[in-house]
Design a protein around this ligand. Structure first.
Ligand code: TRP
Length: 337
């Protein structure tokens, strides 16, 4: 009984990653790694945002592969499907159904101000589709369907969370308290990992391959990428993100995977060359990723298990989403039988 009470009081947490391209070391350190223990505090949903991926043209076989791969990665990083709802966005029809409704409560003006839309339409000028424009509305539906209290978001998604809050507030203002208004969740222990080739920018899977380490990169690839990482010409190992972004990023990565601080690592390496820093960082990253890669290789072979996780996840997600959508339909006056 006590246990049941505890479950009721837990807040809801929603997170999603798009199954496009490789998941990076930045995603791991900044997000995935911290997801494992969240279920103790929250009812967690971890979603593969395959519908969002369609806003850029996808090769069907690659999209299918990447979706299964992302599920295997979630599991390989230690997410327990018994304790979390792990599922694929397209398996739960309520996402697109609620997105349509929310489209009617979102203004063209607010969507036009989204910096990601502006960036992506510049990058993909030949395919500025309506989905790219309404992307934040689908994201709002993802979040609001589950009465989400907290959403772990990086800086690049903050504006999307803001518009989600605006849409929810607008809807609640008209129809009463239908949606929980979500808050952003910033983990205190999260290190911000920057690009290896331009350490003033965040490490991103949509940039050139040499700029990021993918979770599934082989050890020799990881070594090569760190060898080529940008540093500077003054040859002193010191943590100073403002003046020494490259060296500081390597120290951040090294300390993030070792669970130390960048300052401690700088001290330990003081007097040595950048080669030693790069080698130490590469080795520490390899040591961290190897067990995950081994688990991943096992999981990705077991399609039956992955499918079972997905099926059960979709059922659990649907049960919650269905309730919210019914309530919305009722409130706005869609005739229900
Ligand atoms: N747009 C997010 C990204 O690209 C992925 C995403 C989709 C998401 N739906 C979400 C993130 C809901 C948080 C909540 O990173």
């Amino acid at each position: 009984m006590e246990q049941a009470n505890e479950t009721v009081q837990k807040k809801n947490l929603f997170s999603a990653i798009q199954p496009s391209g490789s998941i990076t070391l930045g995603n791991y350190v900044g997000a995935l790694r911290n997801f494992v223990l969240l279920h103790e505090q929250y009812n967690c949903l971890f979603c593969v945002a395959d519908l969002h991926a369609l806003t850029l043209r996808q090769d069907p076989a690659a999209l299918r592969r990447n979706s299964a791969s992302l599920i295997a990665l979630y599991l390989a990083c230690g997410l327990d499907p018994e304790k979390n709802i792990i599922y694929c966005q397209s398996h739960v029809p309520e996402h697109t159904e609620l997105a349509w409704i929310l489209n009617c409560f979102t203004y063209m003006g607010e969507l036009s101000r989204m910096t990601q839309f502006k960036d992506k339409s510049q990058k993909h000028a030949d395919n500025i589709n309506a989905g790219l424009f309404t992307y934040p509305v689908l994201m709002a539906a993802d979040i609001l369907l589950y009465q989400t209290h907290v959403v772990p978001v990086g800086a690049d998604q903050k504006q999307h969370l803001e518009i989600c809050r605006d849409i929810a507030g607008r809807f609640n203002g008209i129809y009463g308290d239908v949606f929980t208004i979500p808050e952003g969740y910033i983990s205190k222990t999260t290190a911000r990992i920057m690009s290896l080739t331009d350490p003033t920018r965040k490490m991103s899977k949509s940039d050139a391959e040499d700029s990021y380490v993918a979770i599934l990169d082989a050890p020799d690839v990881i070594r090569r990428k760190f060898k080529r990482a940008v540093t500077d010409s003054d040859a002193e190992i010191r943590y100073d993100p403002e003046n020494k972004p490259g060296v500081s990023n390597l120290l951040s990565i090294l300390s993030a995977v070792k669970g130390t601080t960048p300052q401690e690592e700088a001290q330990a390496l003081a007097g040595q060359g950048y080669g030693a820093l790069k080698e130490a960082t590469a080795q520490a990253v390899i040591d961290t990723l190897s067990p995950i890669q081994a688990r991943y290789q096992e999981l990705i072979k077991d399609k039956e298990y992955i499918n079972r996780v997905l099926q059960e996840g979709a059922e659990k997600a649907h049960a919650i989403a269905f309730r919210t959508l019914r309530k919305v339909y009722k409130k706005i006056g869609l005739y229900q039988v």
